[in-house]
Design a protein around this ligand. Sequence first.
Ligand code: BJW
Length: 232
Amino acid sequence: MMPQKIVILTGAGISAESGLGTFRAEGGLWAEHRIEDVATPEGFARNPQLVMDFYNARRAQAAAASPNAGHEALARLEAGFSGEVILITQNVDDLHEKAGSQRVMHMHGALTGALCGACEHRWPAPDRMSPGDSCPQCNAPAARPDIVWFGEMPYDMDEIFDHLSGADLFVSIGTSGNVYPAAGFVAEARRHGAQTIEFNLEPSEVGSQFDDIRLGPATRTLPDWVAEVLGS
Ligand code: BJW
């Protein structure tokens, strides 16, 4: 049966072929940086310069990167599918938007955003952020990258769980299934009756929970799958 509502979760793997590093691969971001130093509120409090440098560098890399055939296939799906397509990304880059996707939920935040640690006001991040930058709304010297770190609540969770409960098809792309709550989305979608597909180079930590697994680089597997769904 043709699905009416497709909910897609993407992770670092979809941007790997655009030259952006993944986290847990050999030589990935977590091999070069300790998670507790650069991706926790405690790490930011201890050494804000280190954390700003980490995200300033990643912001510059993401700005220079181009979407690949995987991002482009998902944008074609959203434009051409007769039902609803919801795209949830854990990625903080903007390659889905650059590819033309319109409805993208950034559950772990965005490199293009700044957030006030005092009043929670958000504004577009400058190319380089510095510790002590002040908030344009409340003036507190409390600017930080608008990124969801470990121990913080990911964004749009109520809306995401609503979408998962209404999905006919849940699709996970290029994520290792190590980080919750995203790693639990497949179980949630299944509980509500969705069919599930995983796209990855290898089965993820939660790979056994999917009905179907398509292995291979996303630039190859996604264009094929989208052509299948759109019947082209
Ligand atoms: C390809 C490919 C190609 C490569 N084609 N594929 C114990 C049990 C359960 C939970 C917890 C626990 N202790 C603590 C927690 C909670 C914690 C957590 O999950 N910890 C785990 C480590 C256990 N989670 C949190 O703290 C989250 N908040 C939270 O839980 O709030 C409470 C809450 C309760 C109830 C409901 C809701 C909330 C916050 C998590 C924040 C994560 N932040 C990061 C960093 C910030 C963003 C950034 O700097 O970019 O987000 S961590 C990092 O991991 C980043 C990513 O978004 C995230 C996921 O990584 P991803 O995308 O899966 O990347 P990789 O590298 O792991 O995998 C890449 C995959 O691609 C691989 O599988 C490759 O094979 C594949 N691949 N090339 C296809 N070409």
